[in-house]
Design a protein around this ligand. Structure first.
Ligand SMILES: *Cc1c(COP(=O)(O)O)cnc(C)c1O
Length: 395
């Protein structure tokens, strides 16, 4: 019965992450502080989640007020903040109705489920297959890891959920084999985030959207990382002139309070009827209050205008660094979802930035440094970042 005393040093938390030796205790705006009170410039935004910086006042006010009213109630009753959030999301996107959940993977699960049900109930076919793309990332549940076009994510979890097929991303010729009898949807990122910060090619996407339309195949975009202003518009699809049938959201939606959402156009949304799908916490009053306040920052303030000016300045300066330092091979991305392709191992630059310059940044694959500043970051903070990153690349 007694536990092995030799394992006292082992964390009781399962080792599913390679954690950096840093313990964060506090955050405000673009900065976080560790357990020794040391300050760091946080250009990870909790992986594109704290898009308005840490603890944005306008969001905190509405969350505080909701915490005084009601923390949780089941989805057997009407939840006013949920109705309000659905209204804001549908008024500001091409989606007509929303299903709420708690994470990105769950939002994609809902998308995969509605695609299958749409084919059966609306089109009256047996189509079930969702086509996804190489190097994509769609989550860690059994269905979404099968949707993810990366073997390392799938390793050890066989048998994989059936019903997925993969095509090469940004490969126009490969689209000729998209349509098969069993195909009911495609699911894609408009900038592959985990897969190396790779924006979708416009010509490829136009062809993909056309094929989908002509063949009754649902166009589903995973905007879990690209959404909520990250790429310079509220949703990335707006910049591509396409209208997806389904949009999935999570990360930035609640400014750090967990929430996910799956939006669909009306003809698709009607495939979900009472009993089709559900979630105990989905659309929770506190989470939806946070998301309402978050979206209102985009619809009622000039946060995007300012973040786009910052992004222009940042790319301009990063391109200057690229010209100056051979280790920088390319700078790419959209808005404040930025990838710096490096000659050396990205993780080494990320480590140096943290240890020597108190700058937090991320990797996206072995040789891409990913930079995700809060959309609210100031020019002064950008200059602090540039000074640090130049030091990292010049050493
Ligand atoms: C993070 C992410 C997910 C998974 O979201 P979770 O909340 O971790 O389940 C899915 N798709 C994309 C594009 C992501 O960036």
């Amino acid at each position: 019965m007694s536990k092995d005393t030799n394992t006292t040093k082992l964390s009781p938390v399962m080792q599913t992450y390679n954690r950096f030796p840093l313990t964060l205790k506090k955050g405000k705006g673009s900065f976080v502080w560790d357990d020794n009170g040391e300050q760091y410039l946080d250009y990870t935004s909790g992986i594109a989640t704290c898009n308005l910086g840490h603890i944005p006042e306008a969001v905190k006010t509405q969350v505080d007020s909701q915490l005084e009213q009601l923390w949780h109630c089941s989805n057997l009753y009407t939840i006013p903040t949920q109705e309000k959030l659905a209204q804001l999301l549908t008024e500001n996107s091409c989606g007509d109705q929303v299903f709420f959940c708690n994470s990105g993977a769950e939002a994609n699960e809902a998308a995969i489920k509605i695609a299958r049900k749409y084919a059966k109930d609306v089109l009256g076919t047996d189509a079930y297959e969702v086509v996804t793309f190489s190097n994509s990332f769609h989550g860690r549940t059994l269905a979404t890891l099968a949707a993810t076009g990366q073997e390392k994510i799938q390793q050890g979890f066989a048998p994989l959920t059936p019903g997925f097929r993969y095509l090469a991303y940004n490969d126009t010729a490969a689209l000729d084999s998209l349509v098969e009898k069993q195909t009911c949807a495609v699911l894609l990122e408009l900038v592959q985030g985990e897969g190396g910060v790779v924006p979708a090619d416009q010509v490829w996407l136009d062809k993909l959207a056309t094929i989908c339309k002509e063949n009754n195949i649902l166009l589903m975009v995973d905007e879990i990382q690209t959404g909520i202003g990250r790429t310079g518009t509220l949703f990335a699809y707006e910049q591509y002139g396409i209208e997806p049938d389904v949009i999935t959201l999570a990360k930035g939606l609640g400014s750090g309070i967990p929430i996910g959402a799956m939006l669909a156009k009306e003809h698709v949304a009607k495939a979900f009827t009472p009993g089709s799908h559900g979630s105990t916490f989905g659309g929770n009053p506190v989470a939806t209050a946070a998301a309402v306040a978050t979206i209102q920052q985009f619809t009622e303030t000039n946060v995007l205008e300012k973040s786009n000016q910052i992004a222009d300045y940042l790319y301009e300066q990063l391109q200057k660094l690229q010209a100056k330092y051979e280790v920088i091979e390319a700078v790419r991305g959209k808005g404040l979802l930025i990838g710096i392709v490096t000659k050396g191992q990205a993780i080494e630059y990320v480590t140096k930035a943290r240890e020597d310059h108190h700058l937090l940044i991320l990797v996206a694959g072995p040789n891409v440094v990913r930079v995700l500043p809060p959309l609210t970051t100031s020019k002064q903070e950008v200059d602090q970042f540039l000074k640090a990153i130049e030091a990292v690349f010049s050493e």
